[in-house]
Structure formats: structure tokens, C-alpha cells
Design a binder for this molecule. Structure first.
Ligand SMILES: C[S@@+](CC[C@H](N)C(=O)[O-])C[C@H]1O[C@@H](n2cnc3c(N)ncnc32)[C@H](O)[C@@H]1O
Length: 207
């Protein structure tokens, strides 16, 4: 009798290199951040359920142009890239830390995701003005929270019509972004929603 694919052990256990890497990075991030006393050496990755939410949002919006501010070692970028790959899109991601950028680059290569990712080196404050106006259908903001208010005119300029901004840590570190969040929420050009997934994801849609 021919073996059904549903009963084949090799089929059931098959894990793609991307899936394998994401699992490894989840463990690495957890262990590393627990023992690293220095904040700059922590990976500070999103949670896996935040990755799933990002994938759903990219898919729902049909976002082919995605910008991420704050790459770290590329864990969240892999979630975004996996989603844009299905749409034949592209992710641009910004990281100023040289060591984290090297880790991210190695991870993108290992997962075979390089064709869908551009990794920009430098400070987001300097790089954002160089990026194309209305160029991004989804922007994921996961960086230095004290600058969000300063970067907001640029982020706003970069968002495409009906573009979606997703901000991480909107519950875990809400007090650090409260004033900026209030200003944006009161702006009639946007609708917002705070989603209790992971560390709290704030969704801002450009009308
Ligand atoms: C929370 S981590 C990003 C985690 C990543 N999104 C993930 O989930 O895998 C924030 C990152 O932003 C970077 N960063 C902080 N300030 C920055 C700036 N002004 N320009 C560019 N990158 C910055 C840090 O080096 C750090 O790697």
C-alpha cells in the first residue's frame, strides 16, 4: 500500500530553514537578554505572536513596501520578509548598531531571505529623510522610543495613502510614548487601535 503523505514522518517533521532559524532566534533572544546586563547587547526581539500579527497585517494590507525602524538581529525582519515574499514585495530595515547588523545580515543569508530585504546602516533620524515620500504601505517602529515624536513628521511623510504604522511596546512602555500617542490619536488624519498582543502593538492608519 502506498504511504499516505499524512502518515509520513518526514513530511510531518519538515521544517523550513526560515522556520528553524526563527525558533533558534526566539531561544537565543530569551537566553541572551536574561543574562546580558548591558541593554545595548540585548536583542529585544518582538514576541512570536507579534510576528504572526505583523504577517497578518502585511497580508491584509497587501503591503508590498515595508519599512522597519530597529532591526536588531533581524528576528522581526524575518517575519515581515516572509509575509512580503508572498506578495512579491520588499522590506527595508534600519539599524545603527554594527554588531547587530552583522548578526542580522548573517540571519537573512542563512534563511535565504536576502532578496526580500534591504538592510540600511545608520541612525534612523538621518536616514528617514533620504527615503521616498509615501513609499511604504506598512511601517514597523521598534527602536529608540524617545525619538518617536521627533521622527513622526518623517514617518508621516513616508506612509503611503491608507498606510499602516505598527508601534511595538505600546503597552509595556506606554508612559514613554504617551504624549506622542495622544497627539497622533487626536489628529483627524489617522485612526488608531491598541492591540494587546505581545508587548502591545499600536496600529495607526493613515486616512
Ligand atoms: C527593540 S530593538 C529591535 C528589535 C527587532 N525589531 C526585533 O524584534 O527583532 C531596537 C533596535 O533599534 C536600534 N536603534 C536604536 N536607536 C536607533 C536609531 N536612532 N537608529 C537606528 N537604529 C536604532 C537598536 O540598536 C536596537 O537594535
Amino acid at each position: 500500500m502506498a504511504e499516505s503523505k499524512y502518515h509520513s514522518a518526514s513530511w510531518a517533521e519538515e521544517v523550513t530553514p526560515l522556520e528553524q532559524l526563527k525558533r533558534e532566534l526566539e531561544l537565543f533572544g530569551e537566553q541572551n537578554d536574561r543574562v546580558q546586563p548591558d541593554r545595548a547587547s540585548k536583542m529585544l526581539n518582538i514576541t512570536s505572536d507579534t510576528g504572526q500579527l505583523l504577517a497578518v497585517l502585511v497580508q491584509t494590507r497587501g503591503a508590498q513596501t515595508v519599512l522597519e525602524i530597529g532591526t536588531s538581529n533581524g528576528y522581526s525582519t524575518l517575519w515581515l520578509a516572509e509575509a512580503v515574499r508572498r506578495l512579491e514585495g520588499h522590506v527595508t530595515t534600519i539599524e545603527r548598531d554594527d554588531e547587530k547588523r552583522i548578526l542580522a545580515h548573517d540571519n537573512f543569508q542563512r534563511a535565504g531571505m536576502e532578496p526580500w530585504i534591504t538592510l540600511l546602516a545608520g541612525d534612523a533620524g538621518a536616514l528617514l529623510p533620504t527615503l521616498p515620500q509615501a513609499g511604504y504601505q506598512l511601517i514597523f517602529l521598534d527602536s529608540d522610543r524617545q525619538y518617536y515624536r521627533v521622527w513622526w513628521p518623517q514617518i508621516r511623510r513616508l506612509l503611503a495613502p491608507r498606510g499602516l504604522l505598527v508601534v511595538d511596546n505600546a503597552i509595556s512602555h506606554r508612559s514613554e510614548m504617551m504624549e506622542w500617542m495622544n497627539d497622533v490619536a487626536q489628529d483627524p488624519a489617522f485612526v488608531t487601535s491598541l492591540v494587546p498582543v505581545g508587548k502591545g502593538e499600536w496600529l495607526v492608519v493613515c486616512l
